[in-house]
Design a protein around this ligand. Sequence first.
Ligand SMILES: Cc1cc2nc3c(=O)[nH]c(=O)nc-3n(C[C@H](O)[C@H](O)[C@H](O)COP(=O)(O)OP(=O)(O)OC[C@H]3O[C@@H](n4cnc5c(N)ncnc54)[C@H](O)[C@@H]3O)c2cc1C
Length: 279
Amino acid sequence: MNVLFPRNMPQLVKALGEPGARILAGGTDLLVRLRAQPDAKLATLVSLDRVAALRGVALEKPGTVLRIGAASTHAELLAHPLVRARLPMLAQALATLGSPPIRNMGTLGGNICTASPAGDTLPPLLVLGAELELASASGTRSLPLADFLLGPGRTALQPGEALTAVRVPLPEPSARQHFEKVGRRDALAVAVVSLAALVRTGGKGAITSASLAWGAVAPGIWRCPEAEAALVGRKLTLSALNSAARIASSRVQPISDVRASADYRRSVTGNLLLRLAAL
Ligand SMILES: Cc1cc2nc3c(=O)[nH]c(=O)nc-3n(C[C@H](O)[C@H](O)[C@H](O)COP(=O)(O)OP(=O)(O)OC[C@H]3O[C@@H](n4cnc5c(N)ncnc54)[C@H](O)[C@@H]3O)c2cc1C
C-alpha cells in the first residue's frame, strides 16, 4: 500500500485525486477497520499529519464563530481555552471520548467522517449548528453537519474531497450547554445513550429555544422536535423536563444490542433530560 504525506493543501487535493485514495488522520478508526478486513483493496493512504493548515482553532466573524481545523486532535481541542470556555458541551464530549492515547491520535474530522451513531462529538456539534468546510481539486464548499451525515458510516463526502474545517457558531455565554454520555464503564466507553443540549432562556427564565440531540439510539444522531417544543415557554424545572422526557422516551425507537436493551435505552433517553434541571 502506498502512503502519501502531502505538506500543504494543493499537495493534499492532488494526492486525493489518486485512484482509490483514502484519508488517514489519527488512524484510530481506519486502522482498526483495515486490520479487521486485511483483504480490503486500498491503493493509497493520504496522511494529514504534515498539513499544518488543517490544525488549530481560530475565532472568525468578530468573535462569533470558532473555526476548528479538521485534523486537530481531541486532546488539542480539550486543552484549548476557547473550546473549554465557550463550547463546554463539546469539551465534555471530548473528555469522555476513548482514552488519553485515543484522544492524542484521534481527530475531530475523523470522528465526523466516521459518522458513527455513537460518535461523541456529533450530538454537540449538531445542536451547536456546526458547518463543515470541504475541499477538493475543484474548489471548496460548505455544508451544515446535519446535511453531511447521511446514515451510519455514510456521509456526503465526495471522492477526492477532504473535510478541512468545522465552523461552530459560539452560543452567547448565558446559553446553557450540557453533554452527558452513559456507557457500560467510565473509561473507553462507547455510548449506550448520549445527549447534547443547548438551552436559551429569556428575561423571566422562560425557555426561548431548546436544541437536543441524542447519540446511539437511532441509525443517525436522533433529534426530537416535539420534546424541544415542549420545553419552550416553560422554566427549566423538573416538571417541564419530565414532560419533555416522557415525549422523548415515547418517540425514540432504539435497538437492543450487545451494549444495552432497547427498553434501557428508551428510559435513559428521557432520564438524561432530567439532568438539565441542575444547569
Ligand atoms: C479503543 C478505541 C476507543 C474509542 N472510543 C471512542 C469513543 O469513546 N467515542 C467516539 O466517538 N469514538 C471512539 N473511538 C473511535 C475513534 O477514535 C474516533 O472516531 C476518532 O475521532 C477517529 O478519528 P481519527 O483521526 O483517528 O480518524 P481516522 O481513523 O484516521 O479516519 C476515520 C475515517 O474518517 C476519514 N477521515 C478522517 N479525517 C478526514 C478528513 N479530514 N476529511 C475526510 N475524511 C476523513 C478516514 O478516511 C476514515 O474513513 C474509539 C476508537 C478506539 C480504537
